[in-house]
Structure formats: C-alpha cells, structure tokens
Design a protein around this ligand. Sequence first.
Ligand SMILES: [Zn+2]
Length: 389
Amino acid sequence: MHSAAIVEAKACFMVLKSFIEYPLECNPADQQFGSSQSSTHKRYAYPDPPPLDPISTYPTDHRPLQFFSFRAIGSSSYRRAEPNCWTVSTSDVQYADIPDGRSFLGVPRHYRHSILVLQRAVKNWNSHQKLKFCVNFGDIVDGFCPKEESLTAVKGVVKEFDNFNGPSYHMLGNHCLYNLPRKTLIELLRIPSLNGHAYYDFSPIPEFRFVVLDGYDISAIGWPQDHPNSFEAMKVLQTKNPNAEKNSPMGMEGLERRYLMFNGAVGKEQLEWLDGVLRDSSMHGQKVIVCCHLPLDPGASSPEALMWNYDEVMDVIHRYKCVKACLAGHDHKGGYSVDSHGVHHRVLEAALECPPGTDAYGHIDVYHDRLSLSGRDKAQPLVIRHGGT
Ligand SMILES: [Zn+2]
C-alpha cells in the first residue's frame, strides 16, 4: 500500500552544528568504528579518522549537531533531488535572557545566543522548498531563566519556531518543567494531550510515523506535588537514589546513576499506548522514528542522562521491527549507538552550547533503506542503514 506515495515521498533533515569540541569520555577502544568492534555500542570519535563501519558511519571531525531536518526519498528517487517532505528539529535551546555561563562540567553555555542560532536556522530552512515540519526535542528554556520571565521566554522561542514555514512538534524537557507547570507548557507548545500527558504520534508521509514520548510522564518535576505520578516518581528516587539531594549520583555505580530527579520515566499507560502504535505501524508497513527528550540507550548517552525505565521502553520497541531510529536530546554532548536489535540511537547536541556567531547547516536524507546525514562546512556524514524493512 501507499506504493506510489512511498516512491515519491521525500523528506529532509537539516543540520545546524556548532564548532565547539568536547572532551571524549569514552573508552579508547570505542573510538573505532570498524566492524571488529565486539560491542554494537559506539561513542563519538573526534580525533582521528576511523575506519568506516559497514552499517554506519559517523563523523570524525565532528562538530556537535543542534538543528536538523530530514528528507525521505523513495527507492526510485535516489537520483532526483526535489524533496517534497521536509522536517527540521532542534534540541536543548535552553534560551534565557541572562549572561553566558557554564555547565557543572565547565562547558560554556550561551543562553542568549541560542535563540539567534534558532533564528538563523529557521531563516535557512525557510529558504528551502517543501520544508514540511519541525521537531523540537525539549528544554526550550533554561532552568536559570528568572521565573517571572519564563512565560515570556517560552513564548519568544515558540514564536521563532512559528516563523518556520510549517508546523512545529514539541516535547517536554526537564528545563521546561523547572520554569512552568506541565499544563501551561502543553498549551503553549500545542502538544496533543489527554489528561495532562504529552505523548503523541504523527505521520508526515505514509511510509513513516513519528512517535513522540513523554519522558517526564513519571517525574518529580512538572506534576502537582500531590499527583499520583509525583508520588510514583518520588518512590523511585527514594528507592534507587540514596542521596538526600536527588539530583546527585554520588556513590551510585554504572547505569544506576540514571536515577536522578532531572530524569523521569514512561508510565504503564504510555507503554501500552506505545505498544499499540507500533503494532499498528507494523500492520501498515510504516517505518517509525521514536523521539524523546531522554535518551533510550546506554551506548549513546551518559548513564546520568538516561531515562529511568529506558529498558522497559526498549523492550516494547524490540517486540517490533518497525522502529529504525530513536532520537533524543538532554545529554548535551550527544552520542550515537546501535543497540542489540539493530535500532540506531542518536542523541542531539545542545544548541545552548553553540558559541556566539557559529552555526552550520546540513541535512539527513531519509531513503527507504537508510538515513543519510550530511552537513555543510566541516560536518562529516552519518549513514544509518536500516535495510528498508
Ligand atoms: Zn534536559
């Protein structure tokens, strides 16, 4: 079904990257992308050109990617270059009208510049034809934004997204929830919602479905303190995190370090909804891209940024073969991995940490059998081969 539409369907990712380099935190053995790797998990490799992986390639002279859009090109359309379906996405803009600062790791943060980066990106995207929709991966405003300015700040960033010639799809991040109540954010960000939940799906072209997860479904932030989801989240934190300060991973080991207050979980009802969406997608032969503020694979993320129950979510995803990639934000340095079932995980770097005056653009072509990310300037390609089934 949809064969004519599938063949003609095209979409495009845009890539906006900064020129800041981050220290590597991965095992040197993981800085190779060759097929000799015993693990399917791969981390960034900045310093030296690696051998190309037969399945995936990743930039060596990589600069973090903040904004991108994508285009999907049908199997018979490889040699044609007139996409009719474009998307764009951003992660961790974390705008605030405050002076520059640094993360707790010392990475510079440019709170005012991030919105300029977004403006330039939107201007560029609008100069392209057939740009179709935009995805924002959360943390639209920074937690340091003065509370009395939060509403104005969020409205300002949403307005920039609205300057884009197409609809914007947003999701909740922890910084959003530090500033404003969940209910207010859902309205401002026009998130399709039932009973305060913020998960939904949409199908930009017949052969693809995007699933947007609410990683703060079970969370100690955002819900009223007497909400059952707040209680459930606090119970998790009390059980799993021995520290009085629940944002501290002190003394915690390995993946247990994800049980921090600034993370969250997907609840039982949402897991059942996800299962139904993926079942339906499989029945209709759709390929699925899962989007969430929180990363879902330890190979692509620091343990401290992982979703609490990433394993339960991935168990649902792995029941089906339709999910080709999981995209996320939150872990500002970014990451990439392929999990044990061949699902690709890409964590986008933060727009917030793009130094003033720097930005660059690229795109990801979505073919029937692969996603091909290429960037302008110094960005190197990433090809995610998913086989087309
Ligand atoms: Zn975040």
